[in-house]
Design a binder for this molecule. Structure first.
Ligand code: V47
Length: 372
């Protein structure tokens, strides 16, 4: 029996989704404008199950933020601090390597490393950090540095983006996280993060990384000053780059957390908006394999629901999260592997522990093997 949609404007989109056709920018705007969340979720789930069936991925990872010192002072951010701020911190290399080892009790497969734009830490310092991590934890994948950090290191070192990426890759960087994309629309970007690289520079940096054989993730920050058109445009621009490079592995929609930022007057996103962003992303990004419901940002409860609305990944154990918690997140700092398994199973899905590149991980207590 054919389910009848409440919003008739979604019927032409349904026909395209059922036929496996690409959706247009206008379809993206229509989806974001619609409040028929069940219809949007129905279509997103169709695509999700076509791609992954019941498989739902998670990983055992640890976040490391070597410094919160940042020259950018973005209005969207509560994490970055001025270099002379008494509350700012910068880890020594030994502290980074020690912190990495603290997550070892669950045998992490990935270190997720990002941080502020520090005016004094050099490319050589970061290369040494990576080499030290690889030496101590050779089997752990290093997913490190947003496109914004890469562009900043290149500018400071007066070398090209390509050379910066090559040097970091040669020192041990295996792939890049998806942060810093925010929203590509310049009108909004100028207000929320005016000192960051612009949208074209973010995309160009990702393109060079992909050309060098480095995979990355990609993100979109929503729930601030952007509108439906800006979000549709952001997704279409990511999709266009992916057509060229095929380098993006996962898309992560990120809900703006306003607390302790200069934009704290903006109301927090709702569960409805969070779910809609997951579902529309799944429908628009037909060439990006995975959509992540980042539980830290959405709460484990909403992230679990998202598994039926287009998401196929919950992210990881994380252990210690700073960026969202500085901006008012009330979720736990980390989840145990068993908690992730239970969330996925109770949603009626099949949990698959993965490494960063989605190869299944076989685990015995405190050791793991990546199945290639
Ligand atoms: O780049 C900063 C965003 C990003 C706030 O690649 C904020 O697997 C909301 O990119 N409210 C960092 N968002 C997190 C990130 C990420 C997270 C999980 C997995 C992956 C991945 C990437 O968080 C930043 C920025 O876009 N951010 N401040 C805030 N107040």
């Amino acid at each position: 029996m054919q389910v009848v949609f409440d919003d008739p404007l979604l019927n032409p989109i349904r026909a395209k989704v059922e036929a496996g056709e690409r959706l247009s920018y206008d379809d993206g705007v229509t989806l974001f404008r619609s409040n028929d969340i069940l219809a949007i979720g129905y279509m997103a789930n169709l695509v999700r199950e076509r791609l992954h069936g019941d498989k739902t991925y998670f990983n055992v990872n640890r976040h490391i933020n070597p410094t919160d010192v940042c020259v950018a002072s973005c209005r969207l951010c509560a994490f970055g601090k001025r270099v002379r701020d008494p509350k700012a911190y910068t880890m020594s290399l030994e502290e980074v390597w020690f912190k990495a080892g603290e997550g070892w009790s669950e045998a992490v497969t990935e270190f997720h490393i990002d941080g502020g734009l520090h005016p004094e830490l050099t490319l050589d310092w970061f290369c040494e950090m990576l080499r030290g991590l690889k030496q101590r934890f050779p089997q752990v994948h290093l997913k490190a540095f947003t496109m914004v950090e890469i562009a900043y290191l290149a500018k400071r070192g007066k070398i090209s983006i390509r050379e910066t990426l090559e040097r970091l890759r040669d020192a041990g960087m295996d792939s890049l996280p998806g942060g810093g994309a925010e929203i590509f629309n310049e009108r909004v970007r100028r207000i929320i993060c005016d000192h960051k690289i612009d949208g074209n520079e973010w995309l160009e940096t990702a393109k060079i990384a992909h050309q060098l054989g480095l995979n990355s993730n990609c993100t979109m920050l929503y729930g601030h000053l952007e509108n439906d058109e800006d979000r549709a445009d952001h997704l279409v621009r990511l999709r266009a780059l992916q057509d060229e490079t095929h380098g993006f592995v996962t898309f992560i929609p990120l809900a703006f957390h306003p607390d302790n930022t200069p934009l704290q007057h903006i109301p927090k996103t709702t569960g409805f908006t969070d779910i809609k962003n997951i579902a529309v992303a799944r429908l628009m990004l037909d060439n990006i394999p995975h959509i992540k419901a980042y539980w830290v940002m959405m709460t484990p409860r909403i992230a679990q629901i998202a598994l039926k609305f287009g998401a196929d990944d919950l992210d990881g154990t994380i252990v210690e999260e700073r960026i969202y918690h500085d901006a008012g997140a009330t979720t736990q700092q980390g989840l145990r592997r068993g908690e992730l398994l239970a969330l996925i199973r109770k949603a009626g899905r099949d949990p698959i522990e993965r490494d960063t590149l989605y190869r299944p991980v076989q685990r015995t207590e405190n050791t793991f093997t990546v199945l290639v």
